[in-house]
Write a protein that binds this ligand. Sequence first.
Ligand code: SF4
Length: 383
Amino acid sequence: MKYVDEFRDGDVARGLAAAITREARADRNYSFMEFCGGHTHAISRYGVTDLLPPNVRMIHGPGCPVCVLPIGRIDLAIELALERGVTICTYGDCMRVPASESLSLLKAKALVDKTRADIRMIYSATDALALARAEPQREVVFFAIGFETTTPPTALVIKQAKAEGLANFSVLCNHVLTPAAISSILESPEVRQYGTVPLDGFVGPAHVSTVIGSQPYEFFAEEYRKPVVIAGFEPLDVMQAIRMLVRQVNEGRAEVENEFTRAVTREGNLKAQQLVSEVFELRRSFEWRGLGEVPYSALRIRADFAAHDAEAKFALEYRSVADNKACECGAILRGVKKPQDCKLFATVCTPENPMGSCMVSSEGACAAHFTYGRFRDIDVVAA
Ligand code: SF4
């Protein structure tokens, strides 16, 4: 396939691996965090770490929207469906994220009183809007998740619902922001005080950056002296970004570089940014799984659109819920542990029966390791 196969070429990958090995200094280690779940998936799927020299280490970051969703937010959606007679619409991965009392949206679907409500999987925000339009007697709530990539479509349906006067449509907004999460990691005790997560730089998100541009990362490069290289999601994109990071570290530079020039500009998509700021504003604080409460790290719907804000419409009260004690998702999302450090990995916890959010989405570190790397890990342990 044109424009895809070129970025998966094995010979070029081997050439890049040789260049990284040649350029990485033997007298030091390099630790880079791939922020985004899309990169985690690509690294696991194409065996990128197997091609890197032992002193170049990749650390998984928290950029998987399903993984960072705290239990309390899913509980809100389940409460709406089971107790308020609401039809919840959301993306497939969200349906399986574990919530309180061993429930998930998928399990709760079996308990819903179907004469009043439902829990449905949809492919896009506009599917939820179409349902509300087609069945005006049904109260429809779109359970919206995601980073800056999925926020503009949510803004669009909220605007559209207001324009059409669709009184039975609202959004339970869980949209979160990438720069705030990167700040939280760089300010975390593990990075600053204890040095248990040595970070030499970031592979910056691909799709998110098409919307926000490369400019927001300049702060991290300047303030924290950490290089950032924005990369596409194909394996050669990732390898080229790693090579660029190695070079920056070797040369003592901390800059924002853009490997993904075919889609990302410094300014990003101004039209999408304008749309988002018209409909959303910053929340003072938002709970992330793994990172805890992170100030100004998420969006809420502006008062102008309150009629389509499920939190305002149903007077929802958020309650924080602790994660399953045996699940290490929190530590994995902060880069402190690896999936195989969790006792439940590939035993009790599998993609068919996820115990934590990192095993749900294919972008989750545990799911990616289970699908593409568990046998290698077992071999290493056995050796
Ligand atoms: S393997 Fe399962 S239980 Fe363990 S950290 Fe990953 S998601 Fe959580």
